[in-house]
Every structure is written in structure tokens, then in C-alpha cells.
Design a protein around this ligand. Structure first.
Ligand SMILES: Nc1ncnc2c1ncn2[C@@H]1O[C@H](COP(=O)(O)OP(=O)(O)OP(=O)(O)O)[C@@H](O)[C@H]1O
Ligand SMILES: [Mg+2]
Length: 296
């Protein structure tokens, strides 16, 4: 379907959707004329409903751009994104984004931030607000409902952002490096929280990260993206039951086999990205190449 063809924009009334994402021949670039750069080229991908897919790729390859295209923030130059067979033509309440940067409103207290999406969509339903209260309690924020974001730790802010997304009961979750910048301990706790919340709701989730261990802890499948222009290089299933722990990453032989494969494919892409950059000397790429060699 071309982008000029008519199709339905998904919205809150489409809550019965299963959450299957299909990306077909997607191409997108920025700029015009000689300054134009193509970031995504002929990208094809299908995400099955109820699965947690983790996308990983070299920095700057176009992951956030793809996330925004799925969210419907802007249309692709070519190709299409469909959700349950319907062409995405704009943002919708069925898709919830959590970004690498905090998007909380500093002038709202926790409980107001949590129900912002509900209010914005016109809900004054007490049951919805009750649900927000329940979720805040479940993530350990019950005693912080009257606090402003500035009085919350980084980990608490991320938990609040998760609640704000979950409370809308989206069919799809798109998380763009939601735990970037958190200290190691908080990050591990957040990963556990997220895995638990995912198991309870089983919404289709696309989780973007640059951290291989995070991908191995969470994913049903790891989608490795190429360097720019970006497309899918390889999809590697992680057929290990959740919950998984950091200890499993050291002791579970099968996880380690998957890790070696992910590293091999990903580092090959990172090396291409380094070599494609005129400002990076060959030594960095050589050092990465040695690491790839050591995983084979
Ligand atoms: N609005 C924009 N205008 C112009 N160029 C952009 C815009 N958004 C992204 N880009 C460019 O597109 C490329 C991909 O950016 P993007 O943020 O999607 O990468 P990424 O894979 O998410 O990177 P990271 O892992 O560092 O978050 C980069 O070269 C970036 O400079
Ligand atoms: Mg990004």
C-alpha cells in the first residue's frame, strides 16, 4: 500500500487490536538535495503479537527514527507500517512510547503525571484513575504520589513513565532505551520490573537497547540492525524461559551461545559503521574485530 492510499488511523477505540506490527519496504531519510541522508532503506520486519522483541544496533543507525515511524510521529518516505493490517498514519493511543529521555512534566506531581494520558484522551473515569493508583503501588511509588519529578530518583522516574504508559492499556509498547543512564543496580531492578509487567500484560513490545546483556535478559527475539542505512541484519530467537537473572548470563550455556552469535553479528555491523566514519581511525575497528574473533 502506498502512503497516498486511504487507510484508518488507529486510536483508542481500537483497543481490541492484537498488536501485530508489520514494516514493509520502509525507507526514510532526512534533508533535501545534496545534504539528504537516507537513514533507513528497504527495511522489512514483522513483530508477532504478545512477543517481546529487543532491537539492537550500532549507535546512530536509525533505531529511534524507526520507533518514531512505528509510533506514527511522521510518515515514512516510502513503504509502510501496519498494525493488525491497518496502515499507521498518525499517533494513536494503542501505541505507547517510552523514550530514552524523561518525558515527565516537572510541574505535575506523580499521580497527575500518571493519569496525564487518560485526561488528555478525555477520560474522567474513576476506574481508570483507580487503576493508575494500583499500578503506582505495584511499582513502589504509593508513598510518592504527591511528589514532583524533581524529588524522585532516576529509577523512580522511569517507573512512573512505565505506569503512565501502562495505564492507557496500549496494545503495543515501544520503548526506546528506557533505562539508558541509570546506574547498574537500578537498571537491573528496572529490567526485572519490566519483565514482570510484560509477563502480566503480554502486550506486543519493541524494546530498543544498545546493551547486549539487557537484550538477553528480556527478549523473546533479538533483532540486530545494520549500520546506516538501516535494515534488519538478523533475528535471533532467545528460547529461554523468563524470569532470567544476571547469573544466568554467566552460567547458562545456551544463553552464552546466543550471546556469542549476537556479538558476532552486531560487532560486524559496528565495525562497518566505524569504517564508514572518516573521523574514526582504523585502530578502533581493529580492536573490535579482535573481540569478534574472540567470540567465534
Ligand atoms: N530530525 C532529524 N533531522 C535530521 N537528522 C536526523 C533527525 N533524526 C535523526 N537524524 C539522523 O538520523 C540518524 C539516525 O538517528 P537515530 O536517532 O534514529 O539513531 P539511533 O540508532 O537511535 O542512535 P542511538 O543508538 O545513538 O540512540 C542519525 O545520523 C541522526 O543524526
Ligand atoms: Mg536512539
Amino acid at each position: 500500500m502506498s502512503k497516498t492510499q486511504k487507510s484508518t488511523t488507529l486510536n483508542r477505540s481500537d483497543m481490541s487490536v492484537d498488536g501485530e506490527i508489520e514494516i514493509v519496504a520502509l525507507t526514510h531519510g532526512f534533508g533535501k538535495g545534496p545534504t539528504r541522508s537516507v537513514v533507513i532503506s528497504d527495511c522489512n520486519l514483522r513483530l508477532a503479537p504478545g512477543k517481546l522483541s529487543v532491537m539492537i544496533g550500532p549507535s546512530g543507525c536509525g533505531k529511534s527514527t524507526l520507533a518514531k515511524l512505528i509510533a506514527g510521529y511522521f510518515p515514512p518516505d516510502e513503504g509502510r507500517v501496519s498494525i493488525d493490517g491497518r496502515h499507521v498514519t498518525g499517533p494513536g493511543k494503542d501505541r505507547l512510547m517510552v523514550f530514552q529521555e524523561s518525558a515527565l512534566f516537572p510541574w505535575m506531581v506523580t499521580e497527575e503525571n500518571a493519569i496525564f494520558g487518560l485526561r488528555a484522551s478525555g477520560s474522567t473515569d474513576k476506574a481508570d484513575q483507580h487503576r493508575a493508583g494500583d499500578l503506582l503501588e505495584r511499582v513502589g511509588l504509593a508513598h510518592f504520589v504527591k511528589k514532583f519529578p524533581g524529588a524522585l530518583s532516576g529509577g523512580m522516574q522511569r517507573r512512573l513513565e512505565m505506569v503512565r504508559a501502562l495505564v492507557n492499556d496500549p496494545a503495543l509498547f515501544i520503548l526506546d532505551e528506557p533505562f539508558r543512564g541509570l546506574d547498574a543496580m537500578t537498571r537491573t531492578l528496572m529490567q526485572e520490573h519490566f519483565a514482570q509487567m510484560f509477563e502480566q500484560g503480554r502486550r506486543t513490545a519493541l524494546f530498543i537497547t544498545t546493551d547486549i546483556d539487557e537484550a538477553l535478559l528480556l527478549a523473546d527475539q533479538i533483532i540486530i540492525m545494520s549500520h546506516s542505512p538501516m535494515r534488519v541484519t538478523k533475528i535471533i530467537p532467545v528460547d529461554v524461559p523468563r524470569p532470567r537473572t544476571m547469573a544466568d548470563l554467566f552460567t547458562n550455556e545456551h544463553i552464552n551461545e546466543i550471546k556469542s552469535e549476537v556479538m558476532k553479528v552486531l560487532y560486524a555491523e559496528v565495525i562497518k559503521a566505524f569504517k564508514g566514519s572518516s573521523r574514526v581511525e582504523g585502530s578502533a575497528a581493529t580492536s573490535l574485530q579482535q573481540r569478534v574473533g574472540s567470540t567465534q
